[in-house]
Design a binder for this molecule. Structure first.
Ligand code: OAD
Length: 248
């Protein structure tokens, strides 16, 4: 097993923590076979954000937007949580106050057994009326002939798009979680999308110990007390381990 610098002190901090908040991004799902957004093979390298992930794009071509999200949901449904997702679910079971704030819409944290999950950018389990907020479950491709809602609005994916605010209650809960956390861990996010990134860079408590898990340096790295360079599925199971093992 590869040595990871900083693993032993990071684990010790985590073992002593009564309150932990984790922020995840698309990198945690790479080892489940899902792509990230930026970087080689990233979704935003081959797809136009403004067409697919903005209210303007949806207003212009709702069919295109629904087709894209239907395809993504089908890929998510076929994917399985990996050792990184499972390690965070295990960590939650032992920490008294645990919050997982994710930017991911793939539902893999819930499927791994995590419970206190704040899905900051929404999810693909429901469609939502863009006028009155009514919801309906998404169990297969969205039936486009039912896109018009009785109130005069249209059903859209329940995703937070560029230019939109995060749901207020979720965002408040995330701010409170990082403010009271002894340890905040960022996993698999480039840290370039706001306001999510500010949870790690600006909103953490002054005494909070910050750990980043990422195979590469990110915009969050300068704000981390320890960066554990490695992938989520290789590092997280060792980070949440309670026995002292070969890693020290
Ligand atoms: P990005 O694509 O911006 O960043 C992915 C990060 O994952 C990078 O820092 C990679 O180095 C890292 N990474 C890659 N493989 C990894 C692995 N196996 N284990 C751990 N980390 C790995 O994705 P996000 O930060 O999630 O928003 O992007 C944030 C938001 O931008 C998304 O929620 C999405 C996107 O536009 C919306 O769609 C609203």
């Amino acid at each position: 097993m590869d040595a990871v610098d900083g693993l032993a002190p990071a684990r010790a901090r985590l073992l002593a923590a009564g309150s932990v908040c984790v922020l995840t991004g698309s990198g945690i799902s790479v080892e489940s076979g899902l792509p990230t957004f930026r970087g080689a093979g990233g979704l935003w390298r081959t797809h136009r954000v403004e067409e697919l992930a903005s209210p303007e794009g949806f207003a212009r071509d709702p069919r295109l937007v629904w087709t894209w999200y239907d395809e993504r949901r089908a890929v998510h449904d076929r994917a399985k949580p990996n050792a990184g997702h499972l390690a965070l679910a295990k960590l939650e079971r032992r920490v008294a106050d645990f919050t997982l704030a994710t930017q991911n819409v793939d539902s893999l944290h819930l499927r791994a057994g995590s419970q206190n999950v704040l899905e900051l950018h929404g999810h693909l389990r429901e469609a939502r009326c863009d006028r009155c907020g009514a919801r309906r479950p998404l169990e297969g491709p969205f039936p486009l002939d039912e896109i018009e809602h009785a109130c005069g609005g249209r059903f859209r994916p329940d995703i937070v798009w560029f230019g939109e605010g995060l749901p207020a209650a979720l965002w408040s809960a995330a701010i409170e979680a990082v403010a009271r956390a002894d340890v905040v861990i960022a996993v698999g996010t480039s840290g370039v999308v706001q306001p999510a990134a500010s949870l790690f860079t600006h909103l953490v408590g002054s005494q909070t110990f910050t750990i980043e898990v990422n195979p590469e340096t990110s915009a969050l790295s300068p704000h981390a007390d320890i960066v554990l360079y490695g992938t989520a599925a290789s590092v997280l199971p060792r980070l949440v381990e309670t026995e002292r093992g070969k890693d020290g």
